[in-house]
Design a protein around this ligand. Structure first.
Ligand SMILES: [Zn+2]
Length: 300
């Protein structure tokens, strides 16, 4: 029996797994093909296969952690939110499409703040460091999140779902959108600059996120959006003027590939603390203003 006021519209069920998996496999294949055809960053510090295997292993452990920790909490919570009409969006009588779209936008915005936190809060940064310490960046970097970095934000994720009022359908749409976006903006796909300039007004693109992975601290402390670019624009943290060839990817104190093996990467958050933005010789990488382009224009 339908409770008074209960919406007749859907939202109770997530997108079917076969659909999201199938589309994601297609998306990965397209990005890998484009990376080979038209690479954005030509020089590579580490052999690609070795990095791919390591990042896949880190990503595999992360996927297990998500499956064992996040999913059993967040998926039932979204069902409860839908049934009991908890949260902002469940209280508003919106058409299903608008509700899902708004949920995606609000999840994306709150994720922006989480990303700022993992850079600003020292113990959270220790986990996120594993992701940033990759010496090159491509679609495999999108999988390189320490399993602890994926389990620590489960209470944050639960709060997002409850406060925003995210239904199981909206949750699965956001998760799929986010994963696609993360794969895309970490990829080494060299889009034509005109196309990327237009695209980057809306969504985070490979060049924008390349600036976020720079070894220059001020550049890493910009471009925190994970889906829509508007959040960086609103908060004044959008940076477009660094040309890609001028960027070195990584974290200055972790530039030695011998320190970035799989076991060392997994142990990294629990090891010695370093002044991460200093080179091993104690100097801090800075950007010469002469390298920068026009402030408002995404540079090639
Ligand atoms: Zn980051």
């Amino acid at each position: 029996m339908r409770r008074p006021g209960r919406k007749v519209k859907g939202g109770e069920r997530p997108l079917p797994g076969w659909l999201t998996t199938g589309l994601t496999v297609g998306w990965v294949a397209a990005l890998v093909w484009l990376e080979r055809r038209q690479a954005l960053r030509q020089r590579q510090v580490e052999p690609k296969l070795r990095r791919d295997i390591r990042n896949l292993a880190v990503g595999g452990l992360g996927a297990i952690a998500l499956h064992l920790v996040e999913r059993p909490i967040v998926a039932p919570l979204a069902r409860l939110v839908w049934r009991r009409r908890w949260g902002l969006l469940q209280r508003m009588r919106l058409p299903l499409g608008a509700e899902v779209a708004l949920a995606v936008v609000l999840m994306d915005y709150t994720l922006y703040h989480w990303h700022v936190l993992v850079h600003k809060v020292p113990w959270l940064w220790r986990f996120h460091l594993v992701h940033h310490a990759d010496l090159d960046m491509d679609a495999s970097t999108a999988l390189r999140f320490h399993f602890a970095e994926l389990t620590v934000p489960v209470p944050w994720r639960a709060a997002q779902v409850m406060v925003i009022g995210v239904s199981p359908l909206a949750l699965s749409v956001w998760q799929t959108f986010l994963f696609w976006s993360i794969l895309f903006h970490h990829s080494n796909v060299g889009l034509p600059i005109g196309l990327e300039r237009r695209l980057s007004r809306w969504v985070v693109t490979p060049r924008l996120h390349g600036i976020h992975h720079s070894i220059v601290e001020e550049e890493a402390n910009s471009n925190w959006s994970s889906g829509l670019t508007v959040w960086d624009w609103l908060h004044g943290t959008l940076r477009r003027n660094v040309p890609q060839p001028a960027i070195t990817i990584g974290v200055p104190s972790y530039r030695n590939p011998a320190e970035l093996t799989l076991s060392k990467v997994l142990a990294m958050p629990f090891g010695e603390e370093r002044l991460e933005w200093d080179d091993p010789d104690g100097t801090r990488p800075v950007r010469s203003p002469s390298q920068l382009g026009a402030p408002r224009e995404l540079q090639a």
